[in-house]
Design a protein around this ligand. Structure first.
Ligand code: ADE
Ligand code: ZN
Length: 347
């Protein structure tokens, strides 16, 4: 890839809309927190743990990801994890991020939800103060657990309502269709929460349809399998329904064999509001700029105009206020001109 395009990918302001904060826990921090909290780990060293990051599908990753999260016990642990991510995100010119957290992973181990939210929210406030990085929280329900468990989690979270902007649905997709969570999502919508869901990562296009029709989501997380259903692709384009795509994740979890086979160019060609995100950067080989650079390097049909569309889409698809979106859009155009890409972006 030419240096000018790489500079644009790295320097352009962008929003990250699909990042699980527990998936930003680097092995070094896992070991540091394990020692601080006297938690025994299954792997003896950072290197042994990293070697275990050879995934064959989503479930093989989730097993290791939930084990990694077992070192998080106190508010300061959640703060340290989120702060480390915000430092990386700011370095990648992320100006806005809507991060997922999985409270049930922690409450099931006896960690109160107040502790989880307190630590994360403190880091969000500091990221805004120190980096001007706007950071919001989205509470995810684990779809391998029951809807009753999701309802109980929502009730526990409601005293902290002002600290999260929406809810999502993650964990094992196959066999856990969106409609399993119809009632809890209806309640969340009544409460004025934003709603998103993982769908069409490993699961079929029908799960994307039921996320839209039953859960009435405002964004689809992943959604790459929509291409198996051309009528669905047309609908997603017409409704400008955002897809938060995570290229390195898709390759690591064998959704695509290689980056060169990723369908991001096809999704862009179909006119979809796609965005690029890191999903679980500590596990999948990189943060957002690494995702941009590796994707564009493997897919030479992607150029500066696509980069700018992806950045604009990330602002459009965010839950930020219109005035903020407009300001980030201006910053983007200024960065593009500074790097020699006129408005519209060129090749
Ligand atoms: N939780 C963390 N990362 C996830 C992913 N890629 N899919 C579903 N659940 C997740
Ligand atoms: Zn995800």
């Amino acid at each position: 890839m030419n240096a000018q395009l790489e500079a644009l990918l790295r320097q352009m302001p962008k929003a990250e809309l699909h990042m699980h904060i527990e998936g930003s826990l680097e092995p070094e921090l896992i070991f540091r927190l394990a020692e601080r909290n006297h938690v025994k780990l299954a792997h003896g060293s950072v290197e042994a743990l990293r070697r275990a990051y050879a995934f064959t599908d989503l479930q093989s990753f989730l097993d290791i990801y939930y084990a990694g999260a077992s070192v998080l016990l106190k508010a300061e642990d959640f703060f340290d994890m989120a702060w480390a991510y915000f430092e990386r995100a700011a370095a990648d010119n992320v100006v806005h991020t809507e991060i997922f957290f999985d409270p049930q992973t922690h409450t099931e181990r006896g960690v109160p939800i107040a502790v989880v939210i307190e630590g994360l929210e403190h880091a969000c406030r500091r990221a805004h103060a120190e980096f001007g990085l706007s950071a919001k929280l989205i509470l995810c329900f684990l779809r391998h657990l029951s809807e009753e468990a999701a309802v109980a989690t929502l009730e526990e979270a409601l005293p902290h309502r002002k600290h999260f902007i929406g809810v999502g649905l993650d964990s094992s997709e196959r066999g856990n269709p969106p409609e399993k969570f119809a009632r809890v999502f209806a309640r969340c919508r009544e409460l004025g929460l934003h709603v998103v869901a993982h769908a069409g990562e490993e699961g079929p296009p029908e799960y994307i349809r039921s996320a839209l029709d039953v859960l009435k989501v405002e964004r689809i997380d992943h959604g790459v399998r929509c291409v198996d259903d051309p009528a669905l692709v047309a609908r997603l384009a017409k409704e400008r329904m955002p897809l938060t795509v995570c290229p390195l994740s898709n390759v690591k979890l064998c959704v695509f064999k290689t980056m060169a086979e990723h369908n991001l160019p096809a999704l862009l060609d179909a006119g979809l509001c796609v965005t690029v995100n890191s999903d679980d950067p500590a596990y999948f080989g990189g943060y957002i700029n690494q995702n941009f650079v590796e994707t564009f390097a493997a897919l030479p049909q992607l150029g500066a105009s696509h980069a700018l569309v992806l950045a604009r889409n990330s602002f459009e698809a965010s839950f930020a206020a219109a005035a903020e979106k407009a300001a980030w859009g201006k910053e983007l155009e200024a960065t593009a001109s500074r790097l020699g890409f006129g408005s519209g972006g060129g090749g």
